[in-house]
Each structure stands twice: as C-alpha cells, then as structure tokens.
Design a protein around this ligand. Structure first.
Ligand SMILES: *Cc1c(COP(=O)(O)O)cnc(C)c1O
Length: 351
C-alpha cells in the first residue's frame, strides 16, 4: 500500500489524560477517489485539510455516510479490530441506499489494517479507552444537478477516545419527531440521519434529558432506538430488543450481544416493544433494566425515561445484564477471553 508518512508524529504532544471526544485525530488518514466509474487504490497520507469546490454535490444533496468502529490493544500490545467485515458490509449497504458506488471489501479491510498498523501507538492502553475509527464517503463532483454524483472521496480517520456516556442517562420517549420512516434510509449510516436528530435531541436536552428514544414514525407507540444506539429492555429475566428493519440500524454491538446472551444463557427476544409495556413493567415491577448499545459507549445504562411529561426513575439493577454483556464483549475485544465466534481481527500489516 502506498504510504506517505508524516515527517514528525504529533503523538508525543498529546495528553492522554484529558482526551476530548472526537476532536483530536492521529497523524495519518486513508483516502481514495471515485472517478470515471472506478475507485482509485486507497492510499495513506498525512491527516490534514482537503480542498473541494463549493459546488461539491455533497454540500447540496447530502450524499454522505460513515461507519464507526474501534481498535483495541491487548496486554502484549497486539492491535485488534472487532468484526470489521460487518462494518464493511454495512458501509456498502448504506452506499447502495444512497446511490454511492460501493467499495471493494478487500481493499477496504487492507486499508484499515495498514492504517491501524501505522497508528498503533495511538491506541490508548487504559480500560475503556480505544482508538475510534471513522470511515466515510461523500460526493465531491463539482455539479449541482440533482443526480447521484459521478465523483466521490472515501476516507478513514482515527481519533483516540476515552469512553463516553459513562454515567447512566435520562432519555425522553419521543412522540412528535421521527428519526426514520418505513421505506426511508434509517437503516443506513447516512450523515443525514444524524442531521435530522440534532434538533429534537437539543429540545430534549433543554428539558433535562441526554437522549431521545425514537418510536415508530406511524404510531409513536413502539420503541425503535435510543438516540444513536440500539435499545435493550429487561423484563424480569428476559432481555428484549427491537427487531432490525428499514427504520432501525443493524448494530454490530446489538447483534453481538444477542449472540453473547445465547452463550451466557440469558433469555433474549427480538420483537417489537410497545411503550405501554414499558409503563406497565414500571408499574408492576417487571421492568428491571434499560440500556442502549453501540460501538461508542458499548452499553449506556438508562436511569430514567420521560413520557408525556412524567419521569420514570429506575432503581439500579443488581447483576445488571448490561454490565455483564459489556464485560463479556470488551473481554473479547481486548483479547482477554476466548473468541468462539471469531469476532476479533488482529492487525497484520508491516508498515
Ligand atoms: C451506529 C449506530 C448504532 C450502533 O451500531 P454499532 O454497530 O453497534 O456501533 C445504532 N443506531 C444507530 C442509529 C447508529 O447510527
């Protein structure tokens, strides 16, 4: 792979004790360009600004999408990714829905491997910290005709991060705004899905919540996702999560946790969860635990939910499934446990 290394790393100047989330990036990035009907071979170049035309199609019609994944280090300093094949496949599903040309899976994985090998020193050692990896693609063609663009740029950038959402959060069950509609692109990691969430989430924040729980767009009576995480609800000793659909993102954390539940003997169901079930569970004491699951926080415990102006406070669960699953998952990610499903991917490139 073609690599243009920086003359001097910025690594030494970074204080890992005060890491901001997602605003500090490593020395290098991957870039590839789509032109004349094909993707160029990805290359590694110094991280830095890029120039583009004001007419770049992404700025007008929003053809942009991303992935989110992490690299981890074990005690010996080996670097790992977690199920990168799943991120790559999902990236291409998102591309298909947004009429963006897909990436070759092998070229994508090889670019990731080389980039992480090169940036290995940036992977934090501390428990809970990791190197967040952000692959993304956007339309660069300088033309404002309302068609799929003919030119795109693909990048992968990396940010060392401490864990975030460490505290249990308060959520609002949303009945007015929707994140995704049937037939739409809620299942894609489209930039626009995030843009549409900011305003309702800001309104919820002004009411004292940290996140919005999205409900189905037609009836607002079924739970879909917790902000940008998949939602899990525990009734007695059964964990329930909404089934994936065109409005619910197929989270890799979510599906890994479902598999881990089966390994650990935790009862797990994928089915629609009605808001009234949550309220009834709260009233009769069957609702034990509520959490969001996603790459960024792994598990984000939900301590209370607001619905029609009333706040429902949950007692902290003993032997919380969220904590059990988070430990089981992070032990696999950090090479501290057996990996029966072959989810770990060890970085191999010599750079
Ligand atoms: C990324 C994302 C998730 C979590 O997916 P993971 O693969 O587990 O990180 C859940 N919901 C939405 C809307 C997302 O964008």
């Amino acid at each position: 792979m073609k690599i243009n290394k920086v003359a001097e790393s910025r690594f030494g100047a970074v204080d890992y004790k005060t890491l901001p989330f997602g605003s500090l990036f490593t020395d290098h990035m991957v870039v590839a360009d789509y032109k004349d009907g094909k993707w160029s071979t990805p290359e590694i170049v110094p991280y830095g600004p890029m120039t583009m035309y004001p007419s770049s199609s992404v700025l007008h019609y929003g053809q942009a999408l991303f992935e989110g994944m992490k690299a981890y280090k074990d005690n010996e300093g080996n670097a790992f990714l977690f199920r990168p094949d799943q991120n790559i496949k999902r990236f291409n599903r998102s591309c298909e829905r947004l009429a963006i040309p897909q990436m070759d899976e092998q070229a994508f994985l090889s670019a990731l491997d080389h980039l992480i090998a090169l940036e290995r020193q940036w992977i934090p050692d501390e428990e809970g910290s990791s190197l967040y990896i952000r692959p993304f693609v956007f339309a660069t063609e300088p033309a404002i005709k309302a068609n799929p663009a003919l030119e795109y740029r693909f990048c992968i950038i990396c940010a060392p991060v401490a864990s975030y959402f460490a505290d249990a959060i308060a959520v609002k069950i949303e009945e007015k705004f929707s994140r995704a509609a049937p037939g739409g692109f809620g299942y894609a990691k489209a930039a626009g899905n995030y843009a549409g969430q900011f305003y309702p989430t800001e309104l919820a924040k002004a009411e004292g919540y940290q996140q919005v729980v999205w409900t189905d767009a037609q009836t607002h009576s079924y739970l879909e996702e917790a902000g940008t995480m998949n939602i899990f609800v525990r009734f007695n000793d059964t964990l329930v999560t909404s089934p994936v659909s065109d409005t619910i993102l197929d989270g890799i954390t979510r599906k890994s946790m479902i598999a881990l539940c089966k390994d650990l003997g935790i009862k797990v169901e994928e089915r629609a969860i009605a808001v009234h079930e949550l309220l009834e569970g709260f009233e009769n004491g069957n609702l034990i635990e509520l959490f969001g699951a996603g790459t960024a926080a792994v598990v984000s415990e939900i301590k209370s939910f607001g619905y029609r102006g009333i706040n429902y406070e949950l007692d902290a669960a003993e032997d919380a499934f969220g904590a059990v699953l988070k430990k089981a998952l992070t032990d696999i990610q950090r090479n501290r446990a057996e990996d029966p499903h072959e989810w770990r991917y060890q970085i191999k490139a010599n750079v």
